[in-house]
Design a binder for this molecule. Sequence first.
Ligand SMILES: Nc1nc2c(ncn2[C@@H]2O[C@H](COP(=O)(O)OP(=O)(O)OP(=O)(O)O)[C@@H](O)[C@H]2O)c(=O)[nH]1
Length: 401
Amino acid sequence: MDEGNIRLALLLIGPGTLSVFGLSFLWAWMLERKRHYLLLLSGGCVSFALGVFIQVFGWPSDAGVNALVSNFFYISAVLAVSEGLLRRSGKKFGVIYAISVLVMSSVLIWYFFYIDRSLVARIYVQNFGVGFLLLVVAWRLKGIVRGRFIDKALFWMLLGFSIQFFPRTVLTVEPYLSVDTSLFAESLFWQTLQLSLSVLGAGLAFVILAAAITDVIEDLRRERDIDRLTGIFNRRGFEERADLLIHTTGGSMAMVVCDLDHFKKINDSFGHAVGDDVLSIFGSLLRRTVRSNDIAGRIGGEEFAILLPNSGLLDAQGFTKRLHEAIATTIFPLPEGAQSVTSSMGVAVSQEKRDRASLFERADKALYTAKNSGRNRTVFHHDIAIEKMTSPDVCIGEAAG
Ligand SMILES: Nc1nc2c(ncn2[C@@H]2O[C@H](COP(=O)(O)OP(=O)(O)OP(=O)(O)O)[C@@H](O)[C@H]2O)c(=O)[nH]1
């Protein structure tokens, strides 16, 4: 292989790697088509690679047109990646911003080619421009630095990649490039640009791809753990999160198990669809009643569990009272004259070392007692014996007291 071919092969490493990332983003999008930002990232990688190919191979051969066309692909690439990263975080720049940036950069490239010809000025326009565009994206995404590890990595990589455009350009643009543009392909500027693209650009693309795959996996995991009907955790999701919370949180903790009363009657009298509606409304009611760090799950047909961290007996009493009240004041889609929806609850409170299974078992025993002693009430389990609560604060409904 002669020296020219070796140089060409080295030049193509950057765009080649970016093309592979472009295909990977496309593949990720084909798996999760609702994530449109993956298409933008794919288009961005491919567009940048096209820009390099156009410049390296001189298509079209007219230097002025080539500068304009390759600039179009470079800037479109940066805009597509910027938009993709923003959309991933629920933000955007929009089409008008993209068109304005494209027109502005094309006018500047045109001016510094046809009116005041200067390769160095064109290099500054493109590199400072791209650095600035990416810095704006990093600024708008600064909130993700408080997020997951992969988001932190993405933010710092993006910031580093944006910033390097400034010192690299200043340190490597040689003044004689303005005089003899044929030296461009051998210039320090072009070679360090390719190196930064192959190493930092590919590194950034890798982190973005890892973040996108993490998003997909987390979404799948969430879907796996959420009960579609009620919008709260299913049994698996509840148990996994409850175990984690129990092992990572000290202090007292309460487990509430609640079960809708005579739910079979609702199904039998008004049909399964009405029963489903009641469950769904009960799910939203639970979501409204729990605090942000409580965990609520549907653990069986019409049986629910709620783990209340940092909660003692009084907190649990307050919670079950609020829940009974919320059920009593909620309008369920039942025909007039139908018996109102009520729930029985069992509670276990633990002060010291505990495990989820034994806490649940005690709360479930208390629930059993609540059912057997008339329903529509809360019973607290104490370590020695199950004691029916007689306080009107806790026991609500006709069977109270
Ligand atoms: N509509 C609907 N019904 C369900 C679902 N899952 C379970 N069920 C029904 O829930 C009913 C539970 O009945 P039981 O276990 O006898 O309980 P209950 O009638 O509420 O009586 P108590 O709990 O003793 O007050 C059964 O009829 C199940 O078919 C569901 O997803 N949707």
